[in-house]
Design a protein around this ligand. Structure first.
Ligand SMILES: [Zn+2]
Length: 379
């Protein structure tokens, strides 16, 4: 048994700050109260005790080409199959990809992240490489795979279906790049097979104005319309909605925004204030490791400050922090509540406002402990 004592905990899904102790046994939160003090004591005086973070969108594979491609166009950097990212991944040795991914995974753990949803390139082998990289690191990858077949012109749909089924045996879901790269038939096969197997289907939408315009000319629908029509579970980016896009989304579909990546690739700023005002499953991710470190503190601060700069309204910092602590697609991830798994990080309290202490000031060096179920990572 472990007691985390004397910290300010951010309790429940409301992240209510309370000075209480937490008793943990067998990886679960047994009791939260002012006076419980049993087993090993972790002193959290002058600290904040918060749920670990979820990075809802990454491409961890491109850890091998960090900061390469700066100055090139969006398509030259990340568009499959000839963006420098894809060429680099194809030409790299497996061991180099694994080692680069391990570096990023360790950086994520040390900055409070316990779960991440990754768009894994490279088919079955790509999934295997990430599993190999993460096997000894206390972080949970949710792996969304793809096959190069998806992105071919006029692919054989029977072969596509077989490829999807094979991927779903080892991966948590499927994520093609976007509607610029796949046909609607392929999109439909992906979402159907994911639904049947209770797995996640995810796709990039409305990342660039150009992609949205191309979608209208080619399919007479925006990328968001196509994604909703095809029943994808997660829409990533939503940076440049057009026409009726904002009205189409509802809480059955997770929207994941990536403001830092959008800025790094000159794609615009997602309409976060409008999204926050809707009753949505809304999350945040750091996207390509080649342009961004996978550190969620950096993403949170950038997002919060960008919003303050672009809005005249009061922005609730708690709602910004929640973007990194909640994703309806990850079923077992817990808030700090009796009966839940213990997935928390303890960080130095750097200001009286616990939300702003994390968003504005927390860095990796301020994390004192991370407790991920039974694994205690003392730093
Ligand atoms: Zn992405």
């Amino acid at each position: 048994m472990i007691t985390i004592a004397n910290g300010i905990i951010l309790k429940d899904s409301t992240l209510t700050p309370l000075k209480e102790n937490i008793l943990i046994d067998d990886g679960k939160i047994i009791e939260i109260s002012k006076d419980i003090l049993e087993g090993e004591i972790i002193d959290a005086s002058n600290s904040i005790v918060a749920p670990t973070l979820i990075n809802s969108h990454t491409h961890i594979g491109d850890s091998i080409i960090k900061d390469e491609g700066y100055g090139l166009s969006f398509d030259e950097v990340v568009k499959p199959p000839n963006g420098i990212k894809h060429l680099a991944l194809e030409n790299a040795e497996d061991i180099d990809i694994i080692n680069a991914m391990k570096e990023s995974l360790n950086e994520m753990v040390q900055s409070g992240t316990s779960h991440f949803i990754d768009y894994r390139e490279g088919g079955l082998k790509g999934v295997k490489l990430l599993k190999e990289a993460s096997k000894d690191i206390p972080i949970k990858p949710i792996i969304l795979a793809r096959d190069n077949l998806f992105h071919e012109n006029d692919p054989d749909l029977k072969k596509v279906k077989i490829a999807i089924r094979k991927l779903l045996k080892v991966a948590d879901g499927i994520a093609p790049s976007g509607f610029g790269e796949i046909s609607q038939e392929v999109a439909n096969l992906i979402t159907e097979e994911c639904f049947k197997n209770n797995k996640i289907s995810s796709i990039h939408v409305a990342e660039t104005v150009k992609a949205q315009n191309n979608s209208i000319s080619k399919h007479q629908h925006s990328e968001v319309e196509l994604a909703i029509k095809n029943n994808f579970n997660q829409l990533v980016h939503f940076t440049n909605p057009i026409n009726n896009d904002l009205n189409l989304i509802n809480k059955n579909t997770n929207i994941t925004i990536c403001p830092r990546a959008n800025s790094a690739l000159s794609c615009g700023i997602p309409p976060l204030e409008k999204l926050l005002n809707k009753n949505l499953s809304l999350s945040i991710g750091t996207d390509n490791v080649m342009v961004n470190s996978p550190n969620m503190f950096r993403e949170l601060e950038f997002t919060f400050k960008t919003m303050l700069n672009s809005s005249n309204n009061y922005i609730n910092s708690k709602n910004i922090l929640k973007l990194a602590m909640n994703n309806s697609l990850i079923k077992n991830k817990s808030f700090i509540k009796e009966g839940n798994f213990c997935e928390i990080f303890i960080s130095t309290r750097l200001s009286k406002n616990p939300y702003l202490s994390i968003i504005n000031r927390c860095e990796t060096k301020h994390i004192i402990n991370i407790i991920n179920k039974d694994t205690i990572i003392n730093k």
